[in-house]
Design a protein around this ligand. Sequence first.
Ligand SMILES: C[S@@+](CC[C@H](N)C(=O)[O-])C[C@H]1O[C@@H](n2cnc3c(N)ncnc32)[C@H](O)[C@@H]1O
Length: 296
Amino acid sequence: MLSYQHAFHAGNHADVIKHLCWIGVINSLKKKEKPFTLFDTHAGAGVYDLTDAMSAKNKEYETGISRLTSEGFKVQNAKAALPVLLEDYLALCEPFLADNAYPGSPIISVKAKRESDFLHLMELHPGEFEKLERNIAKIGARNNHVHKRDGYEGLRALTPPKPNRGAILIDPPYERASEYSDVIKGVEQVFKRWQQAQIVVWYPLLSERAGAKHGASEIMCEKLAQLGKPCFKAEICVAENTSDAGMYGSGVFVLNPPWQLDAQLEKALDYVVSRLGSVDEGINARARVSWVIEDN
Ligand SMILES: C[S@@+](CC[C@H](N)C(=O)[O-])C[C@H]1O[C@@H](n2cnc3c(N)ncnc32)[C@H](O)[C@@H]1O
């Protein structure tokens, strides 16, 4: 049932857009001194060794994070020219990349939040949970809680949090077609208890080859918009949506987004796609940030 292993995909273009967005949300929450609460419903292992067999199999990071740190783009040398969100993301990743590793969303949260802010990490896979527990213990910072439980059940039990300013990252593997409706139900239930939650949902963009899952992300986004909260989506595509393309891109759907995250993300993603690859390599990367329900 739980067969997904994020190590195969660590640091790919989907991680780049998801983690950029999540850092943007955390940065914005930090503008106020009051503590906040973060939830990560599908946490994964926390850190990925890019030299292990799973990551090394398809080396997906080579067409993701590695493109942003390659020659001529070192953070140290290019700092002045980088969009602020990208600068923060690369600065956070750099010490891990120096060790041939990539930080997952739990470590990104721990590093980006303050000690006084609260973090709840949920992971159901026993092996991934063990690694997560170990990786978080290694950092040893305060107010980080690791839960071996279903992410949606955890949200039901732990929201609204105290303090009730905060955000949720929902990043399921979408292995089963039913996971799209799980997201909608999960978000709907959170808003019944926690109206002001800021929520980031990652989703894949899948071609016809994905069968029943083709078009499911688009329908899920429409249903999330029907919940009536201000929301925008940001997407990166790395290939044309031809019938056999598979996952040709991915996006983040952000509900109750913080002020100016859309503009920050747009600048960062413009930079990202300019680095992701050239048409000669068969990579035609483009990004788009678009409001679905405007924040008035
Ligand atoms: C895409 S990965 C997470 C990656 C991570 N968010 C990151 O960005 O580094 C999805 C994870 O969710 C876990 N998972 C699947 N179903 C779950 C559920 N119902 N509750 C909690 N975790 C679940 C999987 O074992 C997998 O580790």
